[in-house]
Design a protein around this ligand. Structure first.
Ligand code: FES
Length: 622
């Protein structure tokens, strides 16, 4: 049996495999947020010919079914079929994505009064070449020269020694020897070669960023970024952990992310004539699950109570062990984690924010695929993770999508007619709603009286935009060629749950340390979604505390910024370790007080209006 695509491509179907599995095997990926469980409703394809067996999971609307739309993960061909894959169902992960490139990285480094002290150090060795009468081995000669420079008891791996003889002769016995503190020899290069390179990598659940850095002066040479192709196996960390425990899922996830990084590295090296084999060190930052997957460690126990990772503090393993396409002997520093759901990305973020050095009480928030918060100052730090993220990246929302072309990113609703005006990324047709669009939409619907404080549609309004859908009431934002973009009451409930989790997390942490919202002197917002967050609207829906707006600062991708700092300096690595040790992790999922806070925050903006005086004023004026 075969699947024929409208493009003409023909794919053979293996016995018992779904359309999604068949497409995936052939390298054609669909948006599959739930990892193929039939829950997200995103893997839609249009069946044009042929008979199939489908499992109904109630995720398709009758008009979709009438058009021949099926869920690829729940549909099993029974004969040759012809399908069309709509644009919005295609997962494009190879694209270069926009990253917040910090222009002032080196300035940040200098502001921390740190000195450049990379992971690898160098010593120049002028080794006497062998002669017929001086016939010591190459290694003996190298050891003797190194010992003359005070480097005793150096260790030599098989990998180093196997390329040593040629490297010594190619450099005419005048070499630079790179070594670590262990002390261990890492690589040899000709003495005249003064260039030294390292990479900092941020492995996000959704995106990947690589910085190529000159280690002598801290110069950022190039930035590479792409989607994390692990998205093929599900959007959030839980779906990935489940996939890692199935068959060879762990290897698949590991190979996928390493291949993404290597694919970014090759053109970066070519663009700057840097032999990537000469990259001498790397720093990896990311959440605890991503770091486990990168190193091929089973993340299964992260998900099971009592939520214990295999490790928080990673040894200085080699690039070869990770299959990174740099010098295989290069040490890879992993930014330490705090707990299963507060990873190296948050430690790196705190480091880059400098909140751990200041006496003022600061709140650090990273709202990405998950939501992590840290509160503290130079004396103490408390942290927690709240399951806030995936919905703001489109997961679990009927027409949710990432902030890419076709996403509704801003919404205005006319107070009289209730007609919406949409801002769409790329200015084409609306294909879905991204996180900032969702917050805009809920704010507008709330301020225009379309939904009440519980997020429920107000009955009796004169507009055909509110209609009855498969999951109950919904608001129609746009309609294009049979594809309606709506926000359902269930979607609104999911978004309100996410925003309530963030606010309740902050509230609980503050209670733990005996402070109130007013004590927060600075709010740092990091993470991809943070870049597009409208502070005013996030306050109106009750996701952010109602604090003076000048206290909020956007920091962009602090995970990669912190990784860069660790790549450059030993004191920064020590500081990151100190931060991870100092942070007190609070497990929210077992806290009854958190549940109380959460329930109170499930309103717009909150049950207690007194916590949102500016919103209260806005509603009164209205
Ligand atoms: S419904 Fe098919 S991947 Fe989620």
């Amino acid at each position: 049996m075969n699947i024929r695509l409208t493009s003409g491509k023909i794919l053979h179907i293996l016995e018992g495999k779904s359309i999604l599995q068949t497409l995936k095997r052939e390298g054609i990926y669909l948006v599959s947020s739930c990892g193929g469980k039939g829950i997200c409703g995103k893997c839609r394809v249009r069946l044009l010919e042929g008979k199939v067996g489908s499992v109904s999971t109630g995720r398709l609307q009758p008009p979709d079914i009438d058009r021949g739309i099926v869920l690829a993960c729940q549909t099993f061909p029974e004969e040759d079929i012809l399908i069309d894959i709509p644009k919005e169902s295609r997962l494009v992960v190879g694209d270069r994505i926009e990253v917040s490139r910090s222009r002032d990285l080196f300035e940040l480094f200098q502001s921390l009064n740190a000195k450049i002290f990379p992971i690898v150090r160098w010593v120049s060795l002028d080794i006497p070449p062998p002669t017929i009468t001086d016939n010591n081995s190459d290694l003996e000669r190298l050891k003797k020269a190194a010992s003359g420079k005070g480097l005793k008891d150096l260790r030599f791996s098989h990998g180093f020694v196997s390329s040593m003889a040629t490297a010594l002769r190619n450099a005419n016995w005048k070499v630079n020897l790179a070594y670590t503190d262990a002390p261990e020899a890492i690589l040899l290069s000709p003495m005249e070669d003064k260039n030294r390179y390292g990479i900092s990598i941020d492995i996000g659940t959704t995106t990947l960023v690589v910085y190529l850095v000159h280690l002598t002066d801290g110069r950022l040479i190039d930035v590479g970024s792409t989607y994390n192709s692990q998205i093929r196996y599900g959007d959030d960390v839980i779906t990935r952990i489940i996939h890692a425990s199935e068959g060879n899922g762990l290897d698949e996830l590991r190979d996928t992310v390493v291949s993404d990084i290597n694919t970014l590295l090759t053109p970066m090296g070519e663009r700057h004539t840097v032999n990537i084999e000469c990259i001498e060190s790397a720093v990896i930052s990311g959440n605890t699950t991503m770091l486990h997957l990168f190193w091929g460690l089973n993340p299964a126990y992260i998900r099971e109570e009592p939520y214990i990772p295999t490790l928080n503090s990673f040894p200085l393993w080699k690039a070869g062990a990770a299959k990174l396409n740099i010098n295989p002997q290069a040490p890879v520093y992993t930014v330490p984690c705090v707990a299963s759901y507060v990873g190296g990305d948050i430690v790196a973020g705190v480091l880059a924010s400098k909140m751990h050095r200041n006496s003022e009480i600061a709140l650090f928030m990273d709202i990405g695929t998950n939501g992590e918060i840290v509160i503290g100052n130079t004396e103490w730090l408390v942290t927690a993770a709240c399951s806030a993220g995936p919905c703001f990246e489109g997961s679990g929302i009927t027409h949710g999508m990432r902030a890419t072309e076709g996403a509704v990113e801003s919404v205005r609703i006319d107070p009289q007619t209730f007609e919406p005006t949409l801002g769409i990324i790329g200015q084409g047709k609306a294909m879905g709603i991204c996180g900032s669009g969702m917050i805009d939409a809920i704010t507008e619907m709330f301020l225009r009286g379309i939904i009440d404080r519980k997020g429920k549609f107000v009955k009796g309004l004169e507009t055909e935009r509110i209609r009855k859908g498969l999951e109950g009431p919904e608001f129609l934002f746009s309609s294009n060629e049979g594809r309606d973009i709506v926000l359902t009451e269930v979607d609104i409930e999911n978004i309100m749950r996410a925003k309530a989790a963030v606010y309740a997390g902050i509230s609980l942490l503050l209670q733990k340390v005996g402070f109130t919202f007013d004590d927060i002197e600075r709010v740092y917002i990091a993470g991809g979604f943070g870049n597009y967050l409208n502070i005013e609207k996030a306050i109106i829906i009750g996701m952010l505390p109602d604090l003076p707006r000048e206290r909020f600062r956007f920091l962009g991708n602090t995970s990669i910024a912190g990784g860069y700092l660790c790549l450059l300096s030993e004191s920064m690595r020590k500081e990151a370790e100190e931060i991870s040790r100092k942070m007190t992790y609070v497990e929210l999922s077992v806290s009854r007080r958190f549940m109380d806070e959460y329930m109170s925050a499930l309103f717009l903006p909150h049950t207690n209006m007194g916590l949102f005086p500016t919103v209260e004023k806005l509603l009164t004026i209205k």
